[in-house]
Design a protein around this ligand. Sequence first.
Ligand code: SAH
Length: 345
Amino acid sequence: MTNEVEMKNGNSPVGVGEMTSADYYKDHYAHFAIHEEMLKDDVRTRAYMNSIIRNKHLFRNKVVLDIGCGTGMMSLFAASAGAKKVIGIDMSAIVERAKDIVKENDLDDVITIIKGKVEEVELPDGIEKVDVIISEWMGYCLFYETMLPTVIYARDRWLVEGGIIMPDSASLYFSAVEDRNYKEQKVNFWDNVYGFDMSVMKEIVVKEPLIDSCDPKQLVSKRALVKTVDLYTVKLEDLTFETEFSLKAMRNDYIHGLIAYFTVEFTKCKQKIKISTAPHEEYTHWKQTIFYLKDVITVCKGEDMKINVKMTPNLENKKDLLIKLKVDFDGKRGSLNEENTYVLK
Ligand code: SAH
């Protein structure tokens, strides 16, 4: 999300039509496929659409800022909901298409698309304040490649006192899972590869969390709320945090890993609208994030595992999200003390 568009010929940006694979590497949001995936994530896009279209009272005659507008989807919703002015900003070359899309839909009198980094642009027509900020900033495990610092920046610079942010609340949850089959395939696979011992690979494999869907039947513990972000008040320094929580086993089983997932809410809507990426909810492209443990825990129903989590997003490159998990468990049929540092790259 942070990669800047490659500039050819001095300052003129490369047009989407003439981009090479190297250009796409630097500006992966310029490629249509990533937008197709996001737009086809019906849980995601519909939640934004309903929050906007079904809440016209929040948009009528308002000035709306769409942060990281991509193809302009949210800007189009906002204009349809009666906004007076919509400004969509994106630093990717995809904005060229967004401009065409806005024109094709006869909304260029309401929507202005600006190309640039939110942190470096000025709003058009001398606009200094906006009434509503919309952004789809969530990454894997909520905080990976996060655009949240960009939303915070825009909020502090442009949001009018009493203005609205959509969505305005985000929560991160952890749970424990039984996942023997998949752990066998992904981790223990390296124990014997065509007769050779490649188990040294396991160390690096375990360190990288997996983005995948978990069957809700694999959930062994109740969920624990680990972090809530209030978009109106969150500060940059809140994004690095350490906290302790416990996970209570719901049945006798084995635990091979922990999973993280998140929810975001649009609390200012008439009817609260929520996106949930939990395993028992409808599929989203965020899936869940799985952290395998080196060892297996044998738990009995009702027992608690104590977990300490430290999350450190890399605010420089916005990639590499560091997650340190310390698991302390002392049960009737087993015990485990493990500390692992995972990196989501
Ligand atoms: N709002 C669109 C796209 C969301 S993807 C939709 O929901 O379909 C996030 C977009 O934010 C990407 O297109 C990316 O290029 C853009 N982006 C990320 N950080 C940005 C920044 N600092 N300034 C401008 N655009 C940014």
